[in-house]
Ligand binder design. Sequence first.
Ligand SMILES: Nc1ncnc2c1ncn2[C@@H]1O[C@H](COP(=O)(O)OP(=O)(O)OP(=O)(O)O)[C@@H](O)[C@H]1O
Ligand SMILES: O=c1[nH]c(=O)c2[nH+]cn([C@@H]3O[C@H](COP(=O)(O)O)[C@@H](O)[C@H]3O)c2[nH]1
Ligand SMILES: NC(=O)CC[C@H](N)C(=O)O
Ligand SMILES: [Mg+2]
Length: 523
Amino acid sequence: MAEEVSKVFDTILVLDFGSQYSHLITRRLREFNIYAEMLPCTQKISELSWKPKGVILSGGPYSVYEDGAPHVDHDVFALDVPILGICYGMQELAWINGKQVARGEKREYGPATLNVVDKVSPLFQGVDHSRVWMSHGDKLHGLPTGFKVIATSDNSPYCGISHESKPIYGIQFHPEVTHSTHGKILLKNFAVDLCHAQQNWTMENFIDTEIQRIRNLVGPTAEVIGAVSGGVDSTVASKLMTEAIGDRFHALLVDNGVLRLNEAAMVKETLGDGLGINLTVVDASEEFLSKLKGVADPEKKRKIIGNTFIHVFEREAAKIKPRDGKDIEFLLQGTLYPDVIESISFKGPSQTIKTHHNVGGLLEDMKLKLIEPLRELFKDEVRHLGELLGIPHDLVWRHPFPGPGIAIRVLGEVTPSQVQIARMADHIYIEEIKRAGLYHKIAQAFACLLPVKSVGVMGDQRTYEQVIALRAIETSDFMTADWFPFEHDFLKRVASRIVNEVDGVARVTYDITSKPPATVEWE
Ligand SMILES: Nc1ncnc2c1ncn2[C@@H]1O[C@H](COP(=O)(O)OP(=O)(O)OP(=O)(O)O)[C@@H](O)[C@H]1O
Ligand SMILES: O=c1[nH]c(=O)c2[nH+]cn([C@@H]3O[C@H](COP(=O)(O)O)[C@@H](O)[C@H]3O)c2[nH]1
Ligand SMILES: NC(=O)CC[C@H](N)C(=O)O
Ligand SMILES: [Mg+2]
């Protein structure tokens, strides 16, 4: 799929050497409508099925001179397209052309002022004297063979270099971070003025090419299934699929008994009736809840839900009889670009903190071919796509909701009555957030039911009931997060409503832990 997009749109190839900022290079380029694709730095150029308009070598945590440091495939130079090395990427260019790279006397981290020496350099038009962001410990100790200095900073005599005769550039700073005030202009100069990439990567164009691609792939009669949760990703993917093949796409929503209040009915109405998606709601709530009975361990709960999802999904999928008499061939998945980046990253897999449930990812032995139309997109691009496809604004901007749902928000054993308490409290909380106009200022909010009892007094009666914890976070990527600073009056109002309206709750608390050290969900 990635290959297909790169064949249709002019593409800048970003080779990732493991910098924490690498994906931002891709983002920035896309922000001015140039398609960029990130691949690991170890990518063999001869194995690319498309030709990039230019190549960017990212930063990275290694030192080019150390054993085992990653190096670029030298065939990249034979592509004969402009190349830009950023930080490690520039050091790599220097290493290849004379090895003049070593540890600096001191690390340089933070702002510097760019001083452009080559005033006519196309790379630096409009960026002279701007603030740039440095993050390095190694430095060039001389000019690479065939290169000249095109920019300096107070601490870096080789802040910018370029080849004497070829369009090969290196910069020591990071133009992709917003701390480099004119970094976006520099990346645009590279992509547009040096690489001559067309700025035609727009969601409108993407929709057209993607619908065509899906039609070609699926053919005139084959049918496709997909798991749909009512969340942003699966809804957008399903709508796109419906645009492409109509009711040959079969969406399945599994009611696992731990969805939000009225969720299944709401999804049926908005997706099925409203968006014309061929959707079947499968009520498997008893099956899920009976399997969860007596289980308190978070990882066990997640595994049970993940496995039961597969089981239910397979069973229901088998009931669909395609009109062409053949078996279903394809499975739609809402995989996003960050998921792809994580799996291709040069840095390798990180430790499992919790097992995130994902229906499709676990269905490999179904032998269905995957269709992942959102594979190239970031979440905000998916939201933009959703709006263009006519999906209601409120749905497109919903907070994410995890597959295991309320089961991981009822701490300890999950019973129908506990689920109901958490569900009602959550409903009131979200309703108040919306009423206060805060929903879109918060990345995610929900209520959890704690497995402890606490004493209270209501109407002169002693109560001895459970505790609700409220969580609301601000984050851009869910990897790190901070708690949302509600006004006291708001919290007072929510607490009072929950204790008054939800039977079984005597006390409400607000979670003021950031991630890390906490995670977003309590389990
Ligand atoms: N109740 C459900 N029924 C069917 N499929 C589900 C259900 N819950 C989750 N899934 C599947 O698991 C996938 C992963 O869930 P995830 O929460 O990451 O994405 P989403 O629900 O589509 O979007 P969002 O991140 O906005 O919640 C979904 O895209 C969907 O395919
Ligand atoms: O689809 C999902 N299946 C899961 O099993 C799952 N667990 C956590 N989350 C969501 O991921 C984000 C980060 O959550 P954590 O900090 O708790 O890991 C938050 O947005 C969580 O809601 C999940 N989403
Ligand atoms: N940000 C970077 O790319 C750093 C490159 C190299 N590891 C250094 O310390 O200089
Ligand atoms: Mg979801």
